[in-house]
Write a protein that binds this ligand. Sequence first.
Ligand SMILES: [Ca+2]
Ligand SMILES: [Ca+2]
Length: 296
Amino acid sequence: MNKMRLREKTTATLLIAIFMISMLTAFVSVQADLPPLPHGFYGDVMIGGVAAPDGTLVEAKIDGVTYLTTTTSEGKYGYDSNFHVPGDDLTTPEVVEGGVNGDTVDFYVGGVRTADCTFEGGQMTELDLSIPIEVWIDDGYIHGSCGGHIWNYDAFATIQEGIDGVPVGGTVHVAAGTYTENVDVNKSLTIRSENGPNYTIVQAANSFDHVFAVTANNVTINGFTIIGANVFPNAGIYLHAYNTKIENNNASYNFYGVYMLSSHNNVIAYNTVSSNKRNGINVRGSNNNMITYNNV
Ligand SMILES: [Ca+2]
Ligand SMILES: [Ca+2]
């Protein structure tokens, strides 16, 4: 009798277990068939402490891939457009359509990386975004000691990080020091030393590359000693740009001091360009430039 009951009980338990498992399987398969939920974002956008101008680009990227772009309106993003970072569809492992829970979503304002946030499908997150319009560079800055500025926001130890840290139209202030870099100037901005060329030296990290390579228009470079790009055909300042101002620099001991290629309407003035292996200022295919008061 007891044995019989036990067997019935076991059978019943087994049946219930099978039922539960089949229900769970059905539930899981329904879940898998649903499209993945996105993660929505919205918030304020500030540049240099004031509301970003209308039309400022806001982007969300995961692992460097852009999944979403919008523009600001009245200093905000994500309010009138649905700024939803898509989720990755796990049934298509060969394609990454968006984020998986735990991914880091990086936010960019005007092309400048700002905040990040962990992706979580089905969430709406208020995330305010802020970038500086001016940054301060000192070779002596470290985290926790950067002259009252904010490390990794508006204070950096390299000029390149400063350029990457401001939007178009920004200013990079460079304190006295020695900077070993090859600097790509790929947006319109001002790079200015605080103490002049005698105290602010930018030397090539790689002598097979220009020290400053300017490929954006409306750039100002003022007040640097620029040395060490001494292998053909590299220059202290390479210009492939319009409307730049290159003033008050000492571009010596390079292969070329200044090399202008297809560059127009630039002002090259008050620079010293001596002791270069070839020309102090080499001009190719360039018109309407003001090249004056240089010490060649
Ligand atoms: Ca996928
Ligand atoms: Ca310094």
